[in-house]
Design a protein around this ligand. Structure first.
Ligand code: FAD
Length: 288
């Protein structure tokens, strides 16, 4: 349909990542999902059916032409960047050919006279953040609602579809930018690196990070300027149990133990630091 109607396309980006998938037997993984991020490289492994282990990984699309001549050799060089994993995979046996994928990134106007687009046909991005299936289902639901309104005479088709497009774009905008940023495999900007370093070891922050990656809270919320711009003291806290945070015991306790969920923090437009400053624990509560 999209090929036929040639819809208006916007916010396009070329392929950013060349990714390849394959399966291995005799690759012990112990039920875990493992992921490794290295300079200009990233890969992951996960157990799957028939005792096989899936690996997915790749390099920036700029290296696609050069590296496609020897995908396996380049994969093995990439594994060597994680020596413990490389040791394990050396004795494994590849059980499938490499399957490669590189996608263009775009938004399309998803409707016109007598037609509408959902899913990848209307909006596509690199699969590195694994959002496409959720997005496609959400589009289908929104579109069905809009078409139902139009067919039922509640509002004109054009108005219902314009809302569908607007809602889609608003919902996915920050995930699209985040996805395209990740897909370059470039190091995160310094303030992002600082934030990511600070959430490690704090369960509530790690939960928020997992929520963002699952697509249940948008990156614009998790990576909000309030959070990123918080005073260095809050973000440079050493991991739990390490002394020397520079904050009071009360503040440290709150950061580490009981701030509200990310969503309630964001609803009130507050940063981690706000929470620390305004929510001291009740007197006499165990601060250990
Ligand atoms: C390598 C890779 C890995 C991915 N990993 C993930 C992931 O882990 N998690 C995730 O959520 N998303 C992932 N995605 C994205 C996800 O697959 C897509 O976003 C999702 O499948 C989009 O669904 P869709 O229904 O829009 O399109 P599709 O799933 O592509 O379905 C469109 C269907 O229409 C058919 N079709 C096309 N033209 C015609 C025609 N003329 N007549 C009849 N049928 C036609 C196609 O054959 C296809 O079956 C990945 C994508 C890629 C490329």
């Amino acid at each position: 349909m999209a090929e036929t109607v040639r819809p208006e396309q916007y916010n396009e980006k070329p392929p950013l990542l060349a990714a390849y998938y394959t399966y291995w037997s005799d690759l012990p993984i112990d039920g875990r999902f493992e992921t490794y991020i290295r300079a200009r490289r990233g890969f992951a492994a996960a157990p799957t059916h028939d005792g096989l282990t899936l690996t997915v990984g790749g390099w920036p699309h700029a290296e696609f032409e050069t590296n496609k001549r020897d995908v396996e050799g380049n994969f093995r060089k990439m594994f060597d960047l994680a020596p413990e994993f490389a040791d394990r995979i050396r004795s494994a046996k590849r059980a499938a050919p490499f399957a490669g994928a590189a996608v263009t990134n775009y938004f399309r106007k998803p409707y016109g006279p007598g037609w509408a687009l959902v899913g990848d046909a209307g909006y596509n991005k690199d699969p590195i953040t694994a959002q496409g299936i959720n997005d496609a289902f959400r589009d289908a639901e929104r579109l069905a609602g809009g078409v139902g309104e139009a067919l039922g005479g509640a509002r004109p088709f054009e108005a219902a579809m314009a809302d569908y497009q607007q809602a889609r774009d608003a919902q996915v905008a920050s995930m699209y930018d985040f996805t395209c940023e990740l897909a370059t495999l470039a190091p995160p900007p310094p303030e992002r690196a600082q934030l990511l370093g600070a959430i490690a070891g704090r369960q509530w922050a790690m939960d928020g990070f997992a929520q963002m990656n699952a697509g249940t809270i948008p990156p614009a919320q998790f990576l909000s300027p309030q959070n990123i711009a918080a005073p260095a003291g809050a973000y440079s806290l050493p991991p739990r149990g390490v002394a020397g945070s520079g904050l009071s015991a009360t503040a440290t306790w709150w950061i580490r133990n009981c701030p509200p969920s990310w969503s309630s923090v964001s609803k009130r437009n507050r940063s981690i630091t706000d929470v620390v400053q305004s929510s001291p624990p009740a007197a006499g509560r165990d601060m250990s």
